[in-house]
Write a protein that binds this ligand. Structure first.
Ligand SMILES: [Zn+2]
Length: 181
């Protein structure tokens, strides 16, 4: 496994309902994704305890994101920061970025009334997103113009994370539009 040195942060929505990272892990496993973590042991033990699938010497982490932000603002850890992601194939991003996903489907076209997931990010989610981005920016010296919504990655043909996750390049997450649709 190649070690990841994060230079970008990519923001996603899960395009579905609010669910724990272990559920998304099982879904991504069904897509054939997954990497084995065998050290450090304390981290392997922690992932096993959290319900990730144990192997003889380690644990398989299938979820493609590094972080998941739940509707209530809780941040759940997916892949460790040093592990390559499986969240954005364009522009080599899986090998140079951290992937953060918010549960929900924030695309007004495919999910106008919340039929297939929470239709817009909650205030708690946006607060957590901003807090997490600031922590990761400090830790890895990532500039704010390297925090991108998935659909702004070069070559990405996707609506992710949806038009209702209003993303301002000056790094002020717009919370005005959170509850008013
Ligand atoms: Zn995405």
């Amino acid at each position: 496994m190649e070690r990841l040195y994060p230079k970008y942060i990519i923001i996603h929505h899960t395009a579905g309902w609010d669910q724990p990272i272990t559920a998304i892990d099982r879904y991504h496993a069904s897509l054939g994704w997954g990497v084995e973590l065998i050290s450090p042991k304390s981290m392997v033990d922690e992932y096993r305890k959290r319900g990730f699938r144990a192997t003889g010497r380690g644990v398989i982490i299938s979820v493609g994101y590094h972080y998941l932000i739940r509707a209530d603002g809780r941040i759940e850890r997916g892949r460790p920061d040093f592990m390559q992601g499986a969240h954005c194939i364009n522009d080599g991003m899986n090998f140079k970025s951290l992937g953060i996903a918010l549960t929900g489907n924030f695309d007004s076209c495919s999910n106008p009334k919340g039929e297939i997931g929470l239709p817009r990010p909650t205030k708690s989610q946006l607060d957590s997103l901003e807090r997490l981005c600031r922590i990761l920016m400090d830790k890895y010296t990532i500039e704010k113009d390297r925090i991108l919504p998935h659909n702004k990655v070069r070559g990405a043909d996707t609506k992710c994370p949806g038009d209702r996750l209003v993303f301002k390049p000056e790094f002020v997450f717009d919370t005005e539009h959170v509850f008013d649709i």
